[in-house]
Design a protein around this ligand. Structure first.
Ligand code: ATP
Ligand code: MG
Length: 438
């Protein structure tokens, strides 16, 4: 994308309403615009990040055999009356009436709808297990929307639901999701530690939240320092084998890690003092098993091997896709701006033409840009070098390819790595090879 053609409204001023770095940077870099309290429009660069995250989530959910569906944002109140949650949910639920006076709601989550869809199609234990997910906008009328997309009212969530014939099967499904989540966060370039969590109004007894450690996080966290370094994915896991999943799960959960809601002083006391870590974290994912809560309340049964009907066991598994954009920035930025992990960056590289109109500079920039225009942002504005440097640092592309008149004459460019600040003087070919675009 050529910057002169792009819609890329960066701000020079620090927006007054933004209290934390990620919110400030998202507004300054022109990733989002607030349209009303807690509701955001995604601008081109922000949307590219959102889509990159979505795609990684999708690939890793597919990899454990979950299948994607797409359920609507609007749901019938009738479904929620069946589960008993219509009255229980409270003012966070946005309730709407259509022209016929029928009660609808903008979905804050989808347990009821997926249970109904599942129940109307699956009749026998032979069809189990099943895992379905979708990536869809949710609405929760949060009392205090804040921190930008981190606590919005409308937000993008990946929510998955598993259906199993037995408790043992459901536990395997739960562990498979744990595996998928750790793979997702690793690919996103962000460390999210799984912690024992409360099951909340949804009920059940197996529940973990995934927290990105950051001082601005809303949750208090207590964990064993051993977790800071752990690489849970170093050994292969067979996600179709219950034993392999069990081994994996025990290595992930054998150190103390809990959010404030579930913190247990007696267990905490057993952690050696020098390994105790207390801090704050941002919840970016949550997995839980809740048994037959919805299949029973909504009257969903399938027939077992002996012909007797039973209620399948369920779990649900959320990832805060739009919240992750803020959380990744919170975990990866400096005073100059965002430092995107390569896997989610809006563009792999920015090309900074330091003398627009200079024949040699223009020729080299065009040549570099031509190799991969989809994934490069070419700053072809007639701006001063300083402006281009600042904007590139703010936008946080992993690489900056800096083309100045002196180097250009010799066919050389300067390559800067955003994360480390390292600079390399290289030929065009070597620079392209280094950023992996050749
Ligand atoms: P929280 O405790 O932060 O309010 P929750 O426990 O209500 O979140 P879940 O129902 O577990 O959230 O939803 C799954 C994921 O959706 C969360 O882990 C979080 O990443 C994301 N999420 C929840 N509420 C919001 C929100 N208001 N804005 C953005 N993302 C959200
Ligand atoms: Mg939660």
């Amino acid at each position: 994308m050529r910057l002169t053609k792009a819609f890329q409204p960066t701000l020079k001023e620090v927006p007054a309403e933004a209290q934390i770095a990620s919110h400030r940077l998202m507004l300054r870099a022109g990733l989002v615009r607030q349209t009303s309290s807690g509701i955001y429009a995604w601008l081109p660069a922000g949307l590219r990040v959102l889509r990159n995250i979505e795609q990684i989530v999708r690939e890793e959910q597919d990899a454990i055999g979950a299948q994607e569906v797409l359920m609507p944002t609007l749901q019938s109140a009738e479904l929620w009356r069946r589960s008993g949650r219509y009255d229980a949910y409270g003012p966070e639920m946005l309730r709407i009436q259509d022209r016929h006076g029928r009660d609808l709601l903008y979905g804050p989550t989808n347990e009821e709808m997926i249970t109904d869809i599942f129940g109307s199609s699956v009749k026998s234990y032979k069809e189990l297990p099943k895992a379905l997910y979708h990536i869809q906008w949710k609405f929760r009328d949060e009392v205090r929307p804040r921190f930008g997309v981190m606590r919005g009212r409308e937000f993008l969530m990946k929510d998955a639901y598993s259906f199993d014939a037995s408790y043992e099967g459901a536990v395997a499904s739960y562990r498979r999701m744990m595996l998928s989540y750790l793979r997702i966060f690793q690919r996103l370039g962000v460390r999210a530690v799984p912690m024992v969590a409360d099951t909340g109004p949804i009920g059940g007894d197996l529940s973990h939240e995934f927290l990105v450690l950051a001082p601005t996080g809303e949750s208090g966290v207590f964990f064993d320092a051993a977790l800071e370094e752990q690489d849970w994915l170093s050994r292969p896991v067979d996600c179709d084998d219950a034993e392999s999943l069990a081994t994996f799960f025990s290595t992930v959960t054998d150190h103390y890690a809990a959010t404030d809601e579930k913190h247990d002083e007696a267990e905490w006391a057993k952690v050696p003092d020098e390994r105790k870590r207390e801090g704050r974290g941002i919840e970016v994912g949550h997995i839980f098993y809740f048994g037959t809560k919805y299949t029973a309340s909504m009257g969903i049964e399938v027939s077992g091997p002996d012909g007797a009907p039973f209620h399948p066991h369920m779990g649900s598994y959320g990832v805060g896709v739009s919240r992750l954009v803020g959380a990744i920035i919170e975990a990866s930025h400096d005073d100059a701006g965002i430092i995107w992990p390569a896997s989610v960056a809006p563009y792999r590289a920015a090309i900074l033409n330091l003398r627009q109109g200079d024949e040699a500079c223009d020729a080299i920039c065009d040549r570099i840009y031509g190799t991969d225009p989809e994934n490069m942002l070419y700053d072809d504005r007639s701006e001063r070098a300083g402006v281009k440097f600042n904007d590139a640092d703010l936008m946080g592309h992993p690489w900056q390819i800096i083309v100045g008149p002196r180097g250009a004459k010799e066919g050389k460019v300067e390559l800067k790595q955003r994360a480390t600040g390292e600079r390399f003087e290289l030929s065009v070919e070597d620079a392209l090879a280094k950023i992996g675009a050749a």
